[in-house]
Design a protein around this ligand. Structure first.
Ligand code: ADP
Ligand code: MG
Length: 699
């Protein structure tokens, strides 16, 4: 990059050592270039005047033209404030200052045209603007045009670097740069092909938007640049991993697999399952380590794919491990797999936190000498004492609960790292899969096993409860079972617990013994008690299961046909979808009933309507992304490290896909980014991969 742009920010007029320190600490800005890449997050049109009557519809920044009709100072000490009533031809609004107004006050004139600019907020029966910009009308306002708005922080604000201050700095810098020739940071071919504005034009347009259309094009350019750099990083990571991690070769699917397929598999695989198995088969036979994410909606049949994968490995003398996030789920996997494997020579064991010491010791030994072929368990699998003879295939169920760090602990369990298959039933929007998991390969099971009837979902208000209970009775009379789920959210644990208990009592009263039996499961129970209650339901000895979200993950009771979700306004979309997935696992028509109070926010309505409208987990995940944003979906831990400055994963999905495609093309053409036109991409990639010593292996 142009040497001049690497100048330390301290030397820019208006910065100096102190502000330089703050800019670095608060925004990570150390050079001129960094400052230029601090993009505005939006623009405000200062060239037009709004009408006071339109303010409620705008609900944000407004610019008004009008006159002051009264000025009033009130309160004392910290309560002191200045209240100005401001009028235009359509209405009156309050302008309020809480401090710093003693310079403004003496100059305020009635019956003179002023221009007011600020963020209007609703206040009791009116709207007001606190601390607006207030200037006499000059007629030159139209020239202000579109103004950029920058994000800042409290500390920066305090040192005068609020949005205006930052704008000033950037204008200074761009003024200095008038005679500097900027280099193009993107490959010229790409700029041409996509008709992007070049760097020199775009950087000015984005900060000093003379023309909004151009500013938007400039933004798109920088978004694409950012996403392209990210995709290049991810693809390089993947390439590096492949080179470094020679996988254990599973050269053929093996007799074991064939025998199982012929004699034990209880159903024909769906085409989607077959397709995924082929992808896995190709990976583990390639000589490279597999790192594959398997996405499939609840009930799509991921478990059997996992088992078949492990069988391929076992046929080649490897061992398999399946890790689940909870004991209940690990148990269920264990029991289910054991059943499927009945009559085969495959030996399977279960290891969880509650495995007794003596049993544990035996398991450790048999893992080491290879007697155990498949180990199913929880986090307990990660412990260092758990060592294998030759661990070759690791399956992680419900991936999003495991961090990257835990993934890497698994790798270390073998000389050459095991093949890894991570399975998630929470469909991740395509955009996020391409970014957060961009260094993994992704397989999708996009088809449910045949014979499933789509679950019917209905929304009921609290007042319809008797109707809902009547429906439950009818289903139970048909021999089916019912879940009733209550929210359990950390902050109000006691309250939630009380709600659950009240609900349990109400249900026990409405569904009395001996005709009905009710199980209850919640987080405060001892694991033994929990398992016991769960088991009663699994075996059909109870008809109703009252529970908190403990049952969210994985539990499989095909005879359960009704899922009632209480206070469903308090659940997120993906959680609702997960819960719903607990029913509809058998051949019967299943139902999901979403109970809510009467008052619902717009977001809640959208969540509920989405659930009622569709059973498609991917579609739901897209709505979820729109409502919550990527950070909340992926969890704060993981969202932190993407550090996007201008692109927005919730809104820029098409750009992410484009960036991925272009990154692929670029790296196919020039795998090491050695061509002169790729020098900036290369520099950026090196920076991004810096702490990874293995960059050397490909450069
Ligand atoms: P998930 O993807 O949610 O983990 P499971 O693996 O638990 O789903 O499968 C859900 C149910 O569907 C199980 O009872 C399983 O035996 C059954 N199943 C899986 N694949 C098929 C198939 N191809 N045909 C019929 N049933 C299947
Ligand atoms: Mg599962």
């Amino acid at each position: 990059m142009n040497q001049w742009l690497q100048t330390q920010i301290e030397f820019l007029k208006g910065v100096g050592p102190q502000r330089a320190k703050l800019l670095k600490e608060e925004l990570g800005i150390t050079t001129y270039l960094d400052l230029l890449y601090h993009f505005p997050f939006r623009y405000i049109d200062r060239s037009r005047f709004h009408l006071i009557k339109d303010i409620p519809a705008i609900d944000g920044f407004v610019q008004l033209k009008g006159q002051i009709i009264s000025v009033q100072e009130s309160g004392t000490g910290r309560q002191k404030r200045l209240n100005v009533k401001f009028q235009d031809s359509t209405g009156i609004i309050d302008l309020v200052w809480f401090q710093g107004y003693k310079y403004i006050l003496p100059n305020l004139k009635l019956h003179t045209d002023y221009v007011v600019f600020g963020k209007a907020k609703p206040y009791v029966n009116t709207w007001n603007i606190s601390h607006p910009e207030l200037n006499p009308y000059t007629g030159a306002e139209a020239a202000l045009g579109w103004q950029p708005v920058y994000s800042s922080t409290e500390k920066l604000n305090a040192s005068g670097l609020h949005t205006k201050g930052i704008q000033k700095l950037i204008e200074n810098l761009l003024g200095l740069a008038a005679n500097v020739r900027f280099d193009e940071t993107l490959p010229p071919k790409l700029v041409q092909e996509l008709k992007l504005p070049g760097f020199a034009i775009a950087i000015r347009a984005v900060h000093m938007p003379a023309d909004v259309t151009l500013a938007q094009k400039a933004r798109a350019r920088f978004k694409l640049e950012e996403l392209l750099n990210l995709q290049i990083e991810l693809l390089l990571r993947k390439a590096i991993n492949l080179q470094k991690n020679k996988g254990q070769v599973v050269s053929d699917v093996g007799q074991l697999f064939h025998d199982f397929y012929e004699n034990n598999l209880p159903f024909p695989l769906t085409n989607a399952q077959k397709k995924v198995l082929k992808e896995i088969r190709r990976d583990i036979g390639s000589g490279f380590q597999m790192n594959r994410l398997l996405q499939g909606d609840v009930g799509s049949g991921k478990t059997v794919v996992a088992l078949l994968t492990m069988l391929m490995g076992i046929g080649s003398g490897l061992q398999g491990a399946l890790m689940a996030p909870t004991e209940i789920l690990a148990n269920q996997h264990f029991v289910g797999l054991q059943e499927l494997l009945n009559g085969t020579p495959v030996r399977i064991a279960l290891l969880t936190g509650s495995t007794k010491k003596a049993a544990r010791k035996v398991i450790h030994e048999q893992l080491l000498n290879g007697e155990i072929h498949i180990l199913v368990g929880t986090h307990a699998l990660l412990e260092d004492v758990v060592q294998f003879k030759n661990l070759g295939i690791v399956v992680i169920d419900e991936q999003h609960r495991f961090g990257v760090e835990q993934r890497s602990r698994l790798w270390k369990k073998n000389d050459s790292p095991p093949h890894i298959l991570v399975m998630t039933a929470t469909p991740i929007p395509r955009t996020l899969a391409m970014t957060y998991y961009g260094d993994l390969d992704v397989s999708v099971i996009d088809e449910l096993p045949p014979g499933r009837k789509p679950i019917t979902t209905k929304h009921h208000f609290e007042k319809d409860r008797s109707l809902v209970f009547g429906f439950i009775r009818k289903e139970i009379a048909l021999g089916r079972q019912v879940y009733v789920v209550y929210p359990l959210i950390q902050e109000s644990e006691t309250l939630d617990y009380n709600n659950l208990m009240d609900g349990y009592e109400a249900i026990s009263r409405s569904f009395p013994l001996p005709e009905y039996r009710v199980s209850i499961v919640h987080g405060k129970m001892k694991p033994e008690v929990k398992d016991y209650e769960m088991q009663l339901f699994v075996e059909g000895k109870t008809q109703i299961m009252v529970a908190t979200t403990v049952i969210e993950v994985g539990v499989n009771v095909p005879n359960a046909s009704v899922m009632v979700i209480e206070s469903s306004e308090r659940f997120g979309l993906s959680q609702l979808h997960q819960l719903r997935g607990r029913v509809g696992r058998g051949a019967e028509q299943s139902y999901c009933l979403l109970m809510t109070g009467n008052k619902l926010s717009a977001d809640t309505k959208k969540r509920i309507h989405t659930m009622v409208r569709t059973n498609d987990g991917f579609e739901i995940s897209e709505v979820d992304l729109e409502l919550r944003g990527p950070g909340d979906i992926m969890g704060t831990q993981q969202s932190g490290n993407l550090d996007l400055k201008i692109a927005d994963l919730a809104k820029d999905g098409p750009l992410v896909a484009l960036a991925r495609e272009k990154a692929r093309e670029l790296l196919t053409d020039d795998p090491r980014l050695e061509k002169p036109e790729h020098v900036f991409l290369r520099m950026e990639a090196i920076k991004r991969l810096q702490d990874k010593p293995n960059w050397a292996e490909i450069s």
